[in-house]
Design a protein around this ligand. Structure first.
Ligand code: FAD
Length: 362
């Protein structure tokens, strides 16, 4: 039996009953259809950088996506449409697009994991989300067993979420991106800390390589790139998403609590035939809060650990929970629950975990 701890960046997780590694799309499709024909449990695994797997492991088949390939689909003037196979390493893809002079993905430098997982939680950082460049995915649908192209709209991409994270099951076989062929100039810088690091104003454009370098440096300082000898990067990245709450709740927080207005989430507008949409209440204005601020103000600082535990808050970034060596999944989740309780009892705000929880609950 294969220990899943070897396949997750948190380095926790018990054994998988079966692990199938697929290095071609045909192998991946065949393996999936074979498992789906049974009533066995199954799990798709990319780089394991957004997973918390329980100590009892996974009693089913893990399909490990190892397909590779980047292909340019057309060369419309000023655009670069590319198809990237799901197992392609995300960080290597960003490096490649920057080398080619294609803009769109550069603020997402340094995020670990596979390209196939990028739409699952609509990865984002430094003012960008994959939703701004994603055109479509090649998808194997679990419900029908059919292979289909889904557009970005079909995926209902939102803040760290998508239809795939909300429960539509299947396998992303490849992702198509629509990038700007700018000859090396970035998209407008959209994040204040990045603008400061680059010495430019928000909205300015700079060489793509400069954005990439600055993002990697900012991320390194927060332990948010995978570095072999940095124990702070033995994590699943941010463990909690920034909570989104109605404006009237946000108003109850201390005045210095950071908050940002949020557009309403895209809703699933497709209704089964004959179903009448329920009357909708007017959506109250919503506000995004800073999970890191809430955690710190609840008295949990960098490096915090429960007595005797091998799990700790990163010493560089309060949002990341880390394995300091030999921690169990239970130790990580104990710490996560403790953080949730402290924040809830102080501010009445519930922190949602960002990683996908397999065989464990908080
Ligand atoms: C140090 C560090 C920093 C991070 N920084 C960021 C960040 O800045 N922004 C951000 O958004 N995320 C960040 N993350 C989280 C993580 O890197 C991303 O969510 C990444 O996209 C996960 O990719 P993966 O291949 O490792 O997915 P996995 O962890 O293997 O899987 C995650 C989920 O996606 C599903 N999945 C994986 N591949 C497929 C596929 N081909 N088809 C269908 N489902 C699939 C899995 O079943 C699982 O539910 C960070 C993580 C770490 C460790």
């Amino acid at each position: 039996m294969t220990s899943l701890a070897e396949f997750t960046t948190l380095r926790v997780g018990g054994p998988a009953a079966r692990l199938v590694r697929a290095s071609t799309t045909d192998e991946l499709v065949d393996a999936a259809l074979e498992v789906w024909a049974t009533d066995e449990e199954w799990l798709v695994l990319g780089g394991g950088s957004n997973l918390l797997v329980g100590d009892d492991g996974f009693d089913g088949t893990v399909l490990k996506v190892e397909t590779r390939g980047i292909r340019r689909l057309d060369a419309a003037p000023g655009r670069a449409r590319i198809r990237v196979e799901a197992g392609e390493d995300w960080e290597a893809l960003v490096a490649y697009t920057v080398e080619q002079g294609w803009a769109g993905l550069e603020p997402l430098s340094g995020i670990p994991g596979s390209t196939g997982a990028s739409p699952v939680q609509n990865i984002g950082a430094y003012g960008a989300e994959v939703s701004s460049s994603l055109a479509a995915i090649d998808f194997l649908d679990h419900e029908t067993g059919d292979r289909m192209m889904l557009s970005a709209v079909d995926l209902a991409l939102g803040y760290r979420t998508s239809a795939l994270k909300r429960g539509r099951r299947g396998i992303v076989l490849a992702v198509e991106f629509d990038l700007a062929d700018t000859g090396g100039v970035s998209t407008p810088v959209a994040y204040p800390q990045l603008a400061t690091a680059l010495g430019v104003q928000l909205g300015d454009t700079v060489p793509l390589a400069d954005v990439r370098r600055a993002v990697l440096e900012l991320r390194r300082r927060k332990g948010m790139v995978l570095v072999a000898d940095d124990t702070d990067s033995v994590s699943a990245g941010s463990f909690f998403t920034n909570p989104i709450v109605p404006e009237n709740e946000a108003r109850k927080l201390p005045e210095d609590a950071p908050r940002w207005p949020v557009d309403p989430e895209p809703e699933d507008l497709v209704l089964p035939l004959g179903e009448v949409p329920a009357p909708r209440a007017v959506q109250p204005a919503r506000v995004k809060l800073s999970a890191a601020w809430l955690i710190e103000r609840a008295g949990i600082g960098r490096g915090f650990a429960l007595p005797g535990s091998r799990a700790a808050v990163s010493s560089k970034h309060t949002l990341a929970l880390t394995n300091r060596g030999g921690a169990t999944a239970e130790e990580i989740s104990e710490l996560a629950r403790y953080v949730q309780i402290r924040v809830f009892s102080q501010f009445g705000v519930h922190l949602e975990p960002e990683p996908n929880l397999i065989g464990i609950s908080l």
